[in-house]
Design a protein around this ligand. Sequence first.
Ligand code: UD1
Length: 361
Amino acid sequence: MLKIAVILGTRPEITKMAPIIRELEIREADFFVLHTGQHYSYNLDGVFFEQLRLPQAKHNLEVGSSSHGEQTARILTAVEKVLQEESPDIVLVHGDTNSALAGALAAAKLNIKIGHVEAGLRSYDKSMPEEINRVLADHCSDYLFAPTEGAREILLGESIPEEKISVTGNTIVDSINQNLSMTGEQSNTLDSLHLKPGEYLLVTLHRQENVDNQARFASILDGLDKVAADLQLPLIYPVHPHSRKRLNEFKLGRKNLNLIEPVDFLGFLQLQSNARLILTDSGGIQEEACILGVPCVTLRDNTERPETVEVGANVLAGTSPDKILECARTMLGREKNWPNPFGDGKAGERIVRTITGGSDD
Ligand code: UD1
């Protein structure tokens, strides 16, 4: 039987690898989870394993936080040791984090086959560390799991052989379908924040190109202030620890902004699905808003998720305050009947079937 290593390290990798892990369990496959420890705070890591009922990682490398180069190097060194010890036949990595790139590189150096989940995304902005990570991970992979036809076209355009690519849909659809119904039963996030459905705006901001630049971060917060004042709605901002550090360092508090701790998976699904509007610089949240039928304003100049814009669920605002307000108004004026471009919720099954050569049942 094929031995499979599932490598993950950060919050979004946990939520998007979960449907694959579930499918591997159903098929009683020989697999193990290798956690790099890139995310380690309970509210970015442990709580996701608990809520998604995932098996504990067999290996946790506990690499923690450091500069990009050092973190990537630490993961590479530590993953290589585990792969030498375990000798899997295939390694699965997800997306564009330092964990994904270093995991893929470690496997490539050992001639172990690599499957890249969420392949073929491009922002064409090389100043983003994620762009470098995703391009390199794609180009050393043997199985490229493109979430959409557009992502497949991009890979073909970069001369990746057609037979390596499968269009699977995005595993976040599987994850949402498997968990959305539980948000009501298992999460009281809305009540605990005294929020009513449709009567608040949800904000997330954590990309280094936004929050590490004081002027840019301040400009976005000015834009958010304008939106809150215009719509007379509270802004709820679950703050990533990195952004929290920058907010304190730059002294950027705003009275309109309700800063809360990072929210767990089910709580965040509840917050997203009931928001009037989501404003974010996250890639994953652009997808989730689109799937949940909630309008989204992206606080960036580009996106590697153009499908969300094409179907009318999302608009790129950049960071100028007036443009952010204009985009918020535009999105609130739109019909919310766009199609979901990210597949039918069976991506996990397709991915596992492709690597194991299993049947369709
Ligand atoms: C990483 C990914 C990003 C993804 C994001 C999801 C890369 C290059 N970026 O960014 O694509 O969208 O995860 O959250 O891999 N920290 C904690 N506790 C933790 C983890 C981090 O406090 O458990 C703090 C540390 O101060 C750390 C900082 O957050 O220095 C940044 O963490 P890091 O994992 O380097 O990058 P993210 O910003 O989380």
